[in-house]
Structure formats: structure tokens, C-alpha cells
Design a protein around this ligand. Structure first.
Ligand code: ARG
Length: 581
């Protein structure tokens, strides 16, 4: 069965590919190695290794030529011909594709896929079935959510989704900072404010923030406050039950409120984990391990530290209280025991680079074989997104403000070609789409300036335009009156706009692959902008209504395939595609 399928695919590839230039047209296929051999005038053989996949993907994936990897096939097209050029060093190879076969393959494949995408993409290094932990968002409870946490949420969600799309077993963890001296400070502030439990339940994030600010102010003028905070934290670490009970409630309220905001963003975690799960009592076994391996030194001031690259890095305070780093060590060990991950990705801003170097370094020193499977995926800063006071950002405020901006834009542009449904949910999804795309459209390491107006434009490279295009396609399909054909007939899809759109559709798998390899969402985002450009050009020249039935249904197929791709792309970016807006 399998070999029959292979043979079938290879013959199709051979029919569709004609090598030009200095190559003769005699092509032999070695089926077992998925190899095409072409010989030139001098009888020299050139090997072209093609991964065994349906044609549309083959044309986009890594092709190797005389043992060299040729990546990034580019399409060159004129009205009647599609060529692809693969380049490596000084050599390049130009394929002329059989245009009709190409169009047919691409559209049939996209619409009648026999398997989910990931099952047929059988080329290494795809990570099917591997268990990947993605830790992201991870705000602190004692301190306010900041813009870095928003970026972590958006980028982390994309990373989780693209792994899910490639059939990984993904565990999404939100690791909340609820431990450390700042927690003691927060408790001081809460005691000063003396809120009722009911008030805290109603509005935990805001009240915790105010308490934290108050205590910080008090600590600035009175050194006793800081001392008091350290004591409270010490007592908590020692397991003071009355303190802990109160704390557990506050945590519960906070998660409930956070979950509401995450829901608006379309983000759902599999696990909420807490730094407090790795307090002094809990990490005793980790301390023992460090001692057994003789890598824990006691410093002059009584702190316990590990030595990494000739630097002493503290893990425990002199009173035995835990530090951020040792809690992360314990958390990583715990997660490996629980999930046996093949990879764990921490999505945390650039500022914590040293922390993760120390974390991974210590785990390697502890000789955990999986310490090589940890990655810090970092990102730059955003400026200009503050909403209330200074640099403090409340996620809810950002979402509300964006929703307002979108509402204004919706009112300003009454002449849209989609149904305008001004329901608050739809406006909210549009606002979220604007924020996500605005963030994901540049490389993650770049710092950028947030511009509310630019981010929410209906035209331009925005999330709203992607949604708008999706809605337009949806409308077109619903109102076209045509029916979707079973088979593509490329002979009626000959316009340049049709060819160009098919070429964009064909690029999708390659784009996903690159986006996955670099964990850069911008590769996918920029592709979706190009796809939308091609769709918009096709809208103008390829009407469906009032056309001959056959032409109408073939055009419908082209638009339908485009929408499927746009829809999948949006979902991988963490955006819910809309049908009306
Ligand atoms: N809560 C931390 C902060 O806001 C980020 C946690 C990152 N993850 C980790 N495993 N250290 O700074």
C-alpha cells in the first residue's frame, strides 16, 4: 500500500517537473531514495533529492542538489509558466513547472487533504508526537502585570499553537510569581489597607497593585517596613499556616480574574504553577542533590551559591529562604518528572537572559541529561503602551482601549464589503487581533513602539485587515450561488491573478516550516499579508456571480482554498477568524 502511494506520487512529480537549462530532459527516478537524476550534455549526473510528499509541498520543501541543501524555492512566473529557482552557493537550478498540474495539485491538495497536514509532512525535523512544555505569560502576583508579560503571552501562545499544529503533545504552563520578599511587602501593604475578603474577591488585581504601591512607598521612608516584609516572607517559607491560608485565597481570586482576561485573548493554559510550590520546605531534596554533587558553596555572607563560569550565583539566602533561581531549578526537575518532556521552552523577555543561562548551566552541572532540552525564547521591549500610571500596564485596560479604537474605526468606515456587526464580542476579537498581529509582525528580539492608531487600521498591515479579508471571503462563499467542484480544472483558472494566488497558497507549508524552525511568528504574519494582497487582487478580476457555472465553481474553489489557509494561519497565531465584523 505504502509503496503504491510512493510510486504514484513520484510519477506525478516527474510529470510536473521539467528540468531546464543545461539539463537534458531524461530524468530517472530512484523511488527508494526519492531521487530524481538528471544528466547534462556532458553526461554528468545531477541528483535531485525530493522529499516524498504531495507535489505542492515538494515544491516548497528542502530540496537537495548534489548533496547540497537548497532551501527557499522561489517562484518566478509569467502568464503561462511557473518556474521555481533553487539556489545554493553559486549553483542554481531552475525548474519549469507544468502550470496546469501545479495549479491542480495545489488546489486539490488544499481542499481534499486525505490526512491532517502534519501527517503527510513526513520530512525531518518535524516533531510529531513529541512532548513540549511551553511556559509563558507568567506574571507576578505581588507586582503588576507588565508589557513583557503581554508579549510573553502572545508569543508563547503562538509557539504552543504551532507545535500543536505539528502534532506535538503540548503542555502550556503559566508559572506565576507569588513568592519572594516582594510578597512580604505585598502582605504589609494589604495589612495597611485592611480590605474585606469580599472586596478582595471582587477586584483582586487592582487592590493587590495598590497595596504593593503603598508598601513600597512606606518602605522608601521607613527601613523597618522592608525588614517586616522579609520577616513575613521568612515565616511563610517556614510554613506559617495562618499566613498561608490567607495567601491561598488571594491566589485563587487572582487566577479567577486573570483567567477572564486570558479568555478575551483566547489563551487557555493546561496548568497554573506557582513559585510558592517550590519554597524552602519543598526543595529540600534539590538542596540535597546539590550538596551530594558538591556544587553548593557557602559564601562569606552565609548565602549558598553555585559557581558558574567562575562566578558565584546565589541560590539560597543566609536564613535558608529560597531565591528565584533555585525555585526554577526545582520547578524544572518537577516538570521533567511529571511530563518527561523532550523540549521545554521558556518564553521570557531579554532582560532575564542571565537568569536562564544560570538555570540551564546549573542543571547541566547537576548532570540532568535533559538539561540540553531547555530553551529560552526571548523577546525585546515595547514602548508607548502605558495606559494609567507610568510603565504599569493593566492587560484589561489595553484590551478595553483597543476595543474603543476599533469601534471608532468601524464607525469611520461605513463602506465595507462585509456585514458590519457591531456586537461587543466581535469588536473585542478585532481589538485582540490588532494587538496580536501588531506584536507578531516583527521579529521577536526587536524592540518596537506601540502605535494605537496604526495597529487598528482597517487597511495596512494589521490584524483587522486579515480579519476583514477572511470575512470578505466568507461572504463571497456564502453568497456566490456556486457549488464547490470535486476536482480542480486548471484550464479555466488561467488569469495571472489566479496563478499568483495559487503560488501563495502553495507557499504555506514552507512558511509554517520556517516559522516553526525559527520560532518567529513574523514569517507567518508577513506571509498572510502577502496572501491577502493576492486575494484582494483576485477579488477584482475573478468575479463569481453572473459567470458560467463551471467557471464560477472553479473560482469558488480558488477562494475557498485561500480562506482555509488564512483561517489556519490566523488560528496558529492565536486569533479566532471572524465570519462578520
Ligand atoms: N514571573 C517572572 C517575572 O515576571 C517571570 C517568570 C519566567 N519564568 C520562569 N520560569 N522563571 O519576572
Amino acid at each position: 500500500m505504502a509503496s503504491k502511494f510512493k510510486h504514484h506520487v513520484s510519477r506525478r512529480i516527474m510529470e510536473a517537473l521539467k528540468l531546464t537549462g543545461s539539463f537534458s530532459s531524461s530524468i530517472h527516478a530512484n523511488l527508494s531514495r526519492h531521487l530524481l537524476v538528471a544528466s547534462n550534455k556532458d553526461g554528468v549526473n545531477f541528483e535531485l533529492v525530493l522529499p516524498l510528499k504531495p507535489l505542492s509541498q515538494t515544491l516548497n520543501s528542502n530540496v537537495s542538489f548534489n548533496g547540497m541543501k537548497l532551501t527557499d524555492l522561489k517562484y518566478l512566473s509569467s502568464d503561462d509558466k511557473i518556474s521555481a529557482i533553487a539556489e545554493s552557493h553559486n549553483e542554481s537550478l531552475i525548474f519549469t513547472l507544468n502550470r496546469n498540474l501545479f495549479v491542480k495539485e495545489v488546489l486539490n491538495d488544499k481542499i481534499n487533504k486525505p490526512y491532517p497536514y502534519s501527517k503527510i509532512l513526513d520530512v525531518a525535523p518535524y516533531p510529531f508526537g513529541k512532548t513540549v512544555i511551553v511556559e509563558y505569560s507568567s506574571p507576578n502576583i505581588a507586582k503588576p502585570f507588565h508589557i513583557g508579560h503581554l508579549r510573553s503571552t502572545i508569543i508563547g501562545n503562538f509557539i504552543a499553537k504551532i507545535h500543536e499544529h505539528l502534532s506535538c503533545n503540548v503542555v502550556k504552563i503559566n508559572y506565576l510569581g507569588d513568592w519572594g520578599t516582594q510578597l512580604g511587602l505585598l502582605k504589609v501593604g494589604l495589612d495597611m489597607a485592611a480590605h474585606s475578603p469580599e472586596a478582595l474577591k471582587q477586584n483582586p488585581i487592582q487592590l493587590l497593585f495598590e497595596a504593593y504601591v503603598k508598601a513600597n512607598k512606606a518602605a522608601a521612608s521607613d527601613p523597618n517596613v522592608a525588614e517586616q516584609a522579609r520577616n513575613i516572607f521568612y515565616r511563610l517559607e517556614q510554613g506559617d499556616t495562618s499566613e498561608l491560608e490567607k495567601w491561598t485565597k488571594i491566589r485563587e481570586y487572582t487566577v479567577t480574574e486573570l483567567e477572564g482576561v486570558y479568555r478575551r485573548l483566547g489563551v487557555v493554559f493546561n496548568e497554573y504553577a506557582w513559585e510558592s510550590m517550590y519554597g524552602a520546605k519543598e526543595i529540600q531534596s534539590v538542596v540535597n542533590m546539590l550538596n551530594e554533587k558538591c556544587i553548593l558553596d557557602t559564601q562569606e555572607d552565609g548565602k549558598k551559591a553555585v559557581c558558574l563560569n567562575e562566578k558565584q550565583i546565589p541560590l539560597l539566602k543566609s536564613d535558608g529562604s529560597t531565591l528565584y533561581l533555585v525555585r526554577d531549578i526545582a520547578a524544572a526537575i518537577d516538570r521533567f518528572e511529571k511530563h518527561k518532556f523532550e523540549e521545554m521552552i521558556y518564553v521570557v523577555d531579554n532582560a532575564q537572559t542571565d537568569h536562564f543561562v544560570a538555570l540551564f548551566g546549573t542543571l547541566k552541572k547537576m548532570q540532568f541529561p535533559w538539561a540540553n532540552q531547555l530553551r529560552h525564547i526571548k523577546f525585546g521591549r515595547v514602548h508607548g503602551m502605558s495606559t494609567r500610571s507610568g510603565n504599569v500596564v493593566f492587560l484589561k485596560d489595553i484590551l478595553d482601549k483597543t476595543r474603543k479604537m476599533v469601534e471608532i474605526k468601524q464607525q469611520q468606515s461605513p463602506t465595507t464589503k462585509v456585514n458590519l456587526q457591531k456586537s461587543p464580542e466581535i469588536t473585542d476579537i478585532l481589538g485582540v487581533s490588532a494587538i496580536i498581529i501588531n506584536d507578531l509582525k516583527q521579529r521577536r528580539q526587536r524592540d518596537y513602539e506601540f502605535d494605537w492608531d496604526r495597529a487598528t487600521q482597517i487597511q495596512g498591515d494589521t490584524g483587522i485587515r486579515l480579519q476583514y479579508t477572511h470575512c470578505r471571503l466568507w461572504n463571497l462563499e456564502k453568497n456566490s450561488g456556486a457549488t464547490l467542484p470535486h476536482d480542480c480544472d486548471p484550464s479555466v483558472l488561467t488569469e495571472q491573478e489566479a496563478t499568483q494566488l495559487v503560488q501563495q497558497i502553495a507557499r504555506f507549508d514552507d512558511v509554517l516550516k520556517r516559522s516553526y524552525e525559527e520560532l518567529e511568528a513574523c514569517i507567518l504574519v508577513n506571509y498572510l499579508f502577502k496572501l491577502c494582497n493576492a486575494i484582494n487582487r483576485a477579488f477584482k478580476t475573478l468575479p463569481i456571480k453572473g459567470q458560467d457555472n463551471h467557471i464560477a465553481s472553479q473560482r469558488l474553489m480558488l477562494f475557498h482554498a485561500s480562506r482555509l489557509i488564512l483561517n489556519q494561519g490566523l488560528r496558529i497565531l492565536g486569533i479566532q477568524p471572524l465570519q462578520e465584523m
